[in-house]
Design a protein around this ligand. Structure first.
Ligand code: FAD
Length: 509
C-alpha cells in the first residue's frame, strides 16, 4: 500500500474515501474491480492499518466475529473469499477454538482485519485497469466545493482534490449516557469506552464491576474480563434486561468445508442472492403502505407456521432482515419512529446474536453466581464515600425498587449513537454547517437517496458526495453488518462509476 507523501497520479479521476474501516476497504476494492478506467483512489484514515475501524481493531483473541466466517467477506460476489484466506493462513491449526461442534467457525476479529488489509493490498497497485489506492494516514477535517469537485482538508494540513468524495466514517465513539454528566467520563472508576483494552486489562481482578448495556459490546467486555481471570462480582444492567439471542445452528455444509473440493463447489454469489431477493411473500401479503404492526403480525404468523413444521424463528426473521433495506424506505416516518421507540430493542437482540464462545463463558459465570443481569436504569451516581469507586442508584425496570450499590469500576457499553457521533467528527460537522449534508428524518445518521448520494440541507441529491455504512442507518434500516455493507457497496459502485465516466458535475457546482 502506497502511503502519502507519494502523491496519487493527478492525471486520473480522483476519488477520496474518508474512513478506512471495513466500509472504506470494501469501497476501494469494488471500485478497482468494477472500474473500466484508471482511478486514483485515496483513503483518508488516521489509523496505521486499513480495514480495522472500530469493529476490527481489537487485538483481544476472545473478540470474535458474531456470525460464521462466510457472511464476512470483502467480496460479496465471493462469499467464501475469507474462508479460503483462513485456510491458506492455516488458521484451522492456529485457532482451533474458532470451530464449533456444528461446523460453524467464528474467527477472531483481529484475523478478519488482517484479511481485509491483505485483500486491499492485493488491489492497491498495478490493477490491469490502472487503478491504484493510496493511504493518507490523516484525519479529514473539512471539505470545500471547488470548480472541479472537492478539496478535502486534513488535520496535518494536506489538501486532497477529489472528483468524488465518499464518506465511510462509520461508528461513532461510545459515550456515557444520561444521567452521567460529562465529567464522569474522566473519573478514574469509569471506563467510558468499552474498547479501551489497556484499561479493561488493568481492572483489579477482585473489583466489583458494573457493565452498562447488555448488547454485543458488553459481551466483548465480559469475554475479556472472564478470560483474564476476573473473580469479583459483575453486574450487567440494561433498560429491559434483554439479552442477545444465540446464533442459528450452522448450515450442514459448514462441517465439511475443509474436505477437498467442497469449498470450490459452493456458489460464490450466495450473499448477493440473499440480498437481491424480493421482499418475502409473507411480508408482501400485508399490503401497502406497510405499517409496523402488520409486518410484526405477519412475521409472528410465519414463525408459528415454520415452528409447526419443525423449524425455528431464525429463517423468517433472517428473511425479513435481509429485505429490510427494501422495506424500511417504504415505511412512513411515523411508523419508523414507532418502530424505533417500541421495537428496535427487540429487533436488536434477535438481530445481533451472541458469539457461542462468549455464551459459554457467560453461562459458567452466571452458574457460579459471579455474574448477574439486571433490568433497570441508573438513576443517580456519585463518588463512593470511601473515595474509591462510585455509589450507583439502580432503579429496576418495573419501577418497583431502587438499590444503592458501590462499584469499583463502571464500564460503558452503550451509546453507539451515530447522530451524536457526527457532531464530534470534524468533517461531518463542517459538511453539515456548509449545508452539504443533513440528518435523515429519523435522526439516526445522514440523509441519502437510494444510490447513497448525500442529501444537502435543501434536499438536493449530490452524486459526487456519497455516504456508506452505519451512517446510512436512518435511510436503509439496517446497514450495519459486514454482509449488508459489502452488498450495498457492490450494488451502488456502478452508479458511482457511471457518474465519474460522464465527468458529471454536481448541479450545485
Ligand atoms: C465492536 C463491533 C463489532 C462488530 N462486529 C461485527 C461482526 O462480527 N460482524 C459483522 O457483520 N458486523 C460487525 N459489526 C458491525 C460493523 O459496524 C461493520 O461490520 C463495519 O465494521 C463498519 O465499518 P465502517 O468502516 O463503516 O466503520 P468503522 O469500523 O467505525 O470505521 C470507520 C473509520 O473511519 C475513520 N474516520 C472517521 N471519521 C474520519 C475522518 N473525519 N477522517 C478520517 N477517517 C475518519 C475512523 O478512524 C474509522 O477507522 C461490529 C461493530 C462493532 C462496533
Amino acid at each position: 500500500m502506497t502511503q502519502t507523501p507519494t502523491p496519487p497520479r493527478k492525471d486520473l479521476p480522483q476519488i477520496v474515501i474518508v474512513g478506512g474501516g471495513y466500509t472504506g476497504v470494501c469501497l476501494a476494492v469494488q471500485l478497482v474491480r468494477q472500474s473500466r478506467q484508471a482511478l486514483a483512489i485515496t483513503i483518508v484514515e488516521p489509523r496505521a492499518q486499513l480495514g480495522q475501524g472500530m469493529a476490527y481493531s481489537t487485538r483481544d483473541p476472545d473478540h470474535r466475529l458474531n456470525a460464521p466466517a462466510f457472511v464476512h467477506t470483502a467480496l460479496p460476489q465471493d462469499a467464501w473469499h475469507f474462508t479460503r484466506w483462513c485456510q491458506a493462513q492455516g488458521l484451522h491449526t492456529q485457532d482451533p477454538e474458532a470451530w464449533r461442534p456444528d461446523g460453524a467457525r467464528y474467527m477472531r476479529r483481529s484475523d478478519f482485519a488482517r484479511y481485509l488489509a491483505d485483500t486491499l493490498q492485493a488491489h492497491a497497485q498495478g490493477a490491469a485497469n490502472g487503478c491504484h489506492i493510496t493511504h493518507c494516514q490523516d484525519e479529514a477535517t473539512d471539505a470545500l466545493r471547488t470548480s472541479s469537485g472537492w478539496a478535502v482538508h486534513t488535520r496535518a494540513g494536506q489538501v486532497l482534490p477529489a472528483d468524488m468524495l465518499l464518506l465511510a466514517t462509520g461508528n461513532p465513539p461510545l459515550r456515557l449516557p444520561a444521567p452521567f454528566a460529562p465529567q464522569w467520563a474522566t473519573h478514574p472508576a469509569v471506563i467510558e469506552n468499552a474498547f479501551d483494552a489497556p484499561r479493561i486489562r488493568a481492572i483489579d481482578r477482585q473489583a466489583r464491576v458494573l457493565v452498562l448495556g447488555g448488547g454485543l459490546t458488553s459481551r466483548d467486555v465480559l469475554a475479556s474480563l472472564l478470560r483474564q481471570g476476573h473473580q469479583g462480582p459483575i453486574v450487567v444492567t440494561s433498560r429491559r434486561g434483554l439479552m442477545p439471542r444465540p446464533q442459528a445452528p450452522a448450515l450442514p455444509v459448514l462441517s465439511q468445508i475443509d474436505l477437498p473440493g467442497v469449498l470450490d463447489a459452493l456458489p460464490g454469489g450466495v450473499l448477493l442472492d440473499r440480498l437481491a431477493n424480493p421482499v418475502p411473500e409473507f411480508l408482501q401479503q400485508v399490503g401497502r403502505p406497510f405499517n409496523v404492526r402488520a409486518l410484526l403480525r405477519a412475521l409472528r404468523q410465519r414463525i408459528r407456521q415454520v415452528e409447526a413444521e419443525g423449524q425455528s424463528w431464525f429463517q423468517p426473521f433472517d428473511e425479513m432482515r435481509d429485505a429490510l433495506w427494501q422495506l424500511w424506505p417504504q415505511l412512513p416516518l411515523l411508523e419508523k419512529q414507532r418502530f424505533l421507540k417500541r421495537l428496535r430493542v427487540w429487533y436488536d437482540v434477535h438481530r445481533y446474536r451472541s458469539v457461542p464462545h462468549t455464551d459459554d463463558w457467560v453461562q459458567q459465570a452466571c452458574d457460579r453466581g459471579q455474574l448477574q443481569f439486571r433490568a433497570g436504569r441508573v438513576q443517580s451516581v456519585q463518588s463512593a464515600a470511601s473515595g474509591h469507586g462510585m455509589q450507583v442508584s439502580l432503579q429496576t425496570a418495573a419501577g418497583s425498587g431502587c438499590s444503592s450499590e458501590v462499584f469499583a469500576t463502571l464500564i460503558n457499553c452503550t451509546g453507539l449513537d451515530t447522530a451524536a457521533g457526527m457532531a464530534g467528527d470534524p468533517l461531518l460537522a463542517a459538511l453539515t454547517v456548509q449545508g452539504h449534508v443533513r440528518l435523515d428524518d429519523c435522526h439516526l445518521g445522514l440523509a441519502v437517496d437510494a444510490n447513497c448520494c448525500a442529501l444537502a440541507a435543501d434536499g438536493q441529491a449530490q452524486p459526487d458526495l456519497r455516504v456508506f455504512g452505519p451512517t446510512t442507518l436512518g435511510t436503509f434500516g439496517d446497514p450495519m453488518g459486514a454482509m449488508f455493507i459489502a452488498g450495498h457497496v457492490y450494488r451502488i459502485v456502478p452508479d458511482v462509476l457511471r457518474h465519474l465516466q460522464r465527468g458529471g458535475l454536481n448541479p450545485g457546482k
